[in-house]
Write a protein that binds this ligand. Structure first.
Ligand code: ZN
Length: 190
């Protein structure tokens, strides 16, 4: 009797372990670079590496799923999607312009030089994002990871207020961009 109980205990343990293992998502990122000098390219590759580690982590999953605004599990400007659906959209890598669920972040990065206070911009009809070298050249790989992920979340169709407001930080691009930066900081120090 004792033996069979023990057997089932180990069987349960095995099943729950393999379940946990299976839930670790695979996520890839492919950034096409335009007008990015070699020294800055290294920074982009480091940022891509950080993004892949962050998105595949259990902590990222839990934080995205449990994000709250006004005491509820939700995001500002969520397009009617639940936190679970937003997390799934990220894992699917399903951009508005490249909707195939390829589990990959597909984005193009082009650098430009301007003395304005604009960090960067993009349009809905392109997968390219433009980033000002005035900021980009000073960024750490962790900050590049935040910036790229923020812009990429626009490519998934999420938007936010143009002007700063307290609630804007709870929009999908800002909230999850900041989260990527926070978690990437941990991986970068390791
Ligand atoms: Zn934005």
């Amino acid at each position: 009797m004792m033996r069979s109980h023990l057997f089932f205990f180990f069987l349960l343990l095995f099943v729950s372990c393999s379940k946990t293992h299976a839930s670790v998502p695979l996520f890839d990122a492919q950034i096409t670079m335009v007008n990015v000098p070699e020294d800055q390219q290294k920074k982009v590759f480091a940022a891509i590496d950080l993004i892949k580690k962050v998105v595949a982590s259990e902590e990222f999953k839990q934080r995205v799923l449990n994000h709250t605004y006004g005491g509820e599990k939700t995001y500002v400007d969520n397009k009617g999607y639940t936190n679970e659906q937003i997390y799934q959209l990220i894992l699917d890598g399903s951009e508005t312009l490249v909707p195939e669920k390829n589990g990959r972040m597909d984005v193009e990065l082009e650098l430009y030089k301007q003395s304005t206070n604009t960090i960067g911009y993009t349009y809905p009809n392109t997968n390219r994002i433009w980033v000002n070298t005035k900021y980009f050249n000073k960024y750490t790989p962790v900050q590049v990871a935040d910036n790229l992920f923020h812009e990429w979340l626009h490519k998934l169709g999420f938007d936010h207020a143009i002007k700063y407001s307290k609630s804007r930080n709870y929009s999908v691009p800002y909230a999850i961009g900041y989260l990527v930066e926070e978690l990437a900081t941990k991986y970068y120090q390791k």
